[in-house]
Write a protein that binds this ligand. Structure first.
Ligand SMILES: CCCCC/C=C/CC(=O)SCCNC(=O)CCNC(=O)[C@H](O)C(C)(C)COP(=O)(O)OP(=O)(O)OC[C@H]1O[C@@H](n2cnc3c(N)ncnc32)[C@H](O)[C@@H]1OP(=O)(O)O
Length: 360
């Protein structure tokens, strides 16, 4: 058993931290408890960690990753400052770097126009992966949209992706209560997040502008209409990640596409093209990428002029009898995931992605 644990620890750490060549050449001091440690000390620690015979446990591994990321963040900071210095030899005093408009300052942008409230995921450099803050912000945006003047609410993404699902680095932000506490609070947040979609009272439309992964796919079963570009794909790689379905997909997907097609997606992670997703009823209509935005928004603007109360009431009639069931499914999925997030299967998959060795 100890041998197995040792092999596991070595594989995990070499996956996480890579060979010494992959460790960022920081030329900086390590932060936190090792404030005075040099780059050499850091490299030594990296080597030592790979020689550990015992698996130190998932919680310690996540802490190590988080500390490692802080070093990477410092390097990014240094790189950015040196790029800024190179591009502007003497920055003007009126425009200090911190005050300049950042192209990606907001991860979520909410606008209301022409009777449509649009919630736009706006982290294109990270394929619109959902940070913990974004879950909270989406909940707040949906709550506000349910009460505003608009007739229709739209969720879409900036850039080439719709959304790459949960930001896998969320798992590295361990609270004082450790992994167990992290899993507990993530499950509670997930439940609140999905509940907002279940209860949303107005027509809810997904404008899927590119590939969609994970939770951004599963919640589509809770939307009223899903329009997709022909560049979109739909991927739920839960088994690959040691996880299990959420967003009520364990109930909505079999209902929408039949149990065996749902199983291919949710158990085996089969990725669907936009056309396949449309044929299976997950997507309402597919548009050529070149005319996607123009066609979809023209259509939505026309729909938004329909009597809003009639649309609300029709949605209620269609959805209300399912609500109780959906809430129960959401509660069960969240509680199963709470356990999954503490499993070795899940930790290994996340470590693998974070060490840049695994992508979908
Ligand atoms: C409250 C908690 C609720 C939790 C609910 C649970 C939900 C479950 C899920 O959503 S499971 C799905 C999780 N998502 C993934 O596994 C996707 C992981 N990402 C990838 O496999 C790839 O990034 C890709 C296929 C989406 C895109 O590949 P591509 O080669 O085109 O681009 P890059 O990999 O270079 O990505 C650009 C940068 O974006 C970062 N990134 C992308 N997705 C994520 C993500 N999900 N989490 C964290 N980071 C992500 C990627 O690391 C690159 O960053 P870098 O430029 O700093 O290297």
């Amino acid at each position: 058993m100890a041998g197995l644990a040792g092999r596991f620890a070595r594989r995990w750490f070499s996956g996480l931290l890579g060979s010494p060549l992959q460790v960022p050449a920081l030329g900086l001091h390590v932060r936190g408890p090792a404030m005075l440690a040099s780059q050499k000390d850091f490299n030594n620690a990296v080597s030592q960690v790979k020689l550990l015979k015992e698996d130190p446990g998932n919680e310690v591994k996540l802490k190590l990753y988080a500390l490692y990321k802080q070093e990477a963040a410092r390097q990014n900071y240094v790189d950015l400052v040196s790029r800024l210095s190179a591009s502007s030899e003497s920055p003007s005093p009126e425009a200090p770097a911190a005050d300049r408009k950042q192209p990606e300052s907001d991860s979520l942008v909410v606008t209301s126009e022409d009777g449509i409230t649009t919630i736009r995921l706006n982290r294109p450099a990270k394929k619109n992966a959902l940070t913990t803050q974004m879950y909270h912000d989406i909940i707040a945006a949906l709550q506000a949209a349910s009460k505003d003047e608009s007739a229709i609410t739209v969720l879409t993404g900036s850039g080439d992706y719709y959304c790459s699902g949960n930001d896998l680095t969320n798992f590295t932000h361990l609270p004082a209560g450790g992994l167990e506490e992290m899993a507990r609070s993530a499950a509670a947040l997930l439940r609140d997040f999905v509940n907002c979609f279940i209860d949303f009272p107005k027509p809810l439309v997904a404008v899927v502008n590119g590939p969609a992964v994970g939770i951004s796919v599963t919640i589509l079963g809770l939307f009223d209409v899903v329009y997709a570009t022909d560049r979109a794909s739909f991927h739920t790689p839960f088994s690959h990640l040691g996880q299990s379905p959420e967003g009520c997909s364990s109930y909505t997907f079999p209902k929408i596409m039949g149990s065996s097609k749902a199983a291919e997606m949710l158990l085996f992670g089969k990725k669907l093209t936009a056309q396949e997703a449309c044929a299976q009823g997950l997507v309402t209509e597919v548009f050529p990428d070149g005319t996607f935005q123009k066609e979809v928004w023209a259509r939505l603007k026309a729909y938004s002029k329909l009597p809003p109360n009639a649309m609300r009431i029709s949605k209620q009639i269609i959805r209300n009898r399912e609500k109780e069931k959906l809430h129960a499914v959401n509660a069960e999925e969240s509680s199963v995931l709470r356990e999954r997030w503490q499993s070795d299967e899940c930790m290994n998959a996340i470590a693998s992605f974070l060490s840049r060795k695994a992508k979908l």
